[in-house]
Design a protein around this ligand. Sequence first.
Ligand code: F6P
Length: 517
Amino acid sequence: MDAEVFQSLKNLTHGLAPLVELFHTDPSRSQWLTVDACGIHADFSRQRVNKGLYEALIHSADIADIQGSFKKMMTGDIMNVTEGRAVGHVALRAAAASSPLAQQASGQLQRAKALADGVRWGAVTGTTGKPFTTIINIGIGGSDLGPAMVTRALRRFANGPVVKFVSNIDAADLDEALHGVQPETTLIVVSSKTFTTLETMHNAERARQWMQASISNWADHFVAATSHAEAALNWGIQKDRCLEFFDWVGGRFSLSSVIGFPVMCAIGGDQFDEFLAGMSEMDHHAVTASSERNLPVMHALIWWMNSALHSFPTVAVLPYSHDLSRLPAYLQQLVMESNGKSVGVDGHSVLGGSSPVVWGESGTNGQHAFFQMLHQGTQVVPVEFVTTAASLGTDDEAHDLLIANVIAQSEALAAGRTNSEPHKSFEGNRPSTVLVLDELSPRCLGSLIAMYEHSATIQGWLMGINSFDQWGVELGKILAVNAAKAIAFGVSEDDQTMTHPLLNWYISIRKKLPRNQ
Ligand code: F6P
């Protein structure tokens, strides 16, 4: 963003009246700061923004040509400039005829859905002919967080095999997943865009050994979801079990690609199509709605305003939906890996700072843990409540109580309460957004996830950064390889590093510890 535009926006935040007063002087704010789109009711009215600032923000989105960037993204322009790639996740849920990228990808998802349905119906079985009753997805980051979050969120639609997720290099993760599971009826999915990721390849190798111990045709029990088919085939994956996607789908944006295979196994191809239809509906809304009624644009502007203009360093995403409990973890990667960058594509420092820290926990649990700080702490934390209008149908009274708590907390944060005893005073003026899905269905969830994808992307465009690379994860990976070598050989060569004493300490203590495989 242009420095002058940034400064003028920043100036508009100075002397902003408190939320109570903003509501007093303009009760209509609950209309113009509320939008209904694609099965989501979004209420931004308790955010620290007045009409003047909001209009200026919308204008800045128009100047930044957000809609133009969207169109470029959809027509396959090289938007990921540091890696020289198009950014095509939206094409995965569009009609094949709609773009060259969609055309290229058509067929990939069909294959994955056919395989998943084959597994579900028992047409695709293990070596002994028994149907698969357990699917274990081995993947990390974008090859884990999205499918794991959705599988959990849509658990009520699951009618296939049990689907488990293993991501951590800590052996405890795979140990737990394999506990009590029979190799004969287990299908392992190795999900890795690059098919090189240390954690995934290590766990996949261990899972293969576990499988080989009782099943000679181990490959009958393995599927890969990857954009590096050659590496997967070399590893031993059978050709008809290798599900491919293109490298122009970013890891954290890959939920609508074959990376969704475990979700398809859980809920079936048709329900997965519903999820994609929800995403596609939101995609359409994002490119067609005017900026001031455009949910992803409004959402992105509010998040960007809070971090860049109000300088609030974190945002708490609080799903008031037990089944959405993995949403904060999923959003951490989507937002922070996309936008946690200090320099823009022009090489200059980002104005106003980059991504906020995203954190969160399900409500109402959080109320009995960290809400004290949200209400009376010295740091202001913008809160995003995410809930559903329809109950799960098992306890409507509990659902009403859940919603009552969302409304009460949002009111308490914004309005506060004065008391002659300071420790009983609530300052108020604490911003929050409420997002209400019609229901926790595949379609509404698809809309919500596409909304977040677009919001993260738009925030990146506002900051002038490339949201689609992740160079910041490289250094640690390189150093881990060096440290692993030093540990394996029992000598650390570089005595100049700050961690040399720690590494040496571990090398010496390791010699005294019993060794397992
Ligand atoms: O280390 C970061 C990262 O590259 C993420 O961007 C990605 O989602 C994750 O690792 C897993 O990568 P892969 O799917 O290639 O195994």
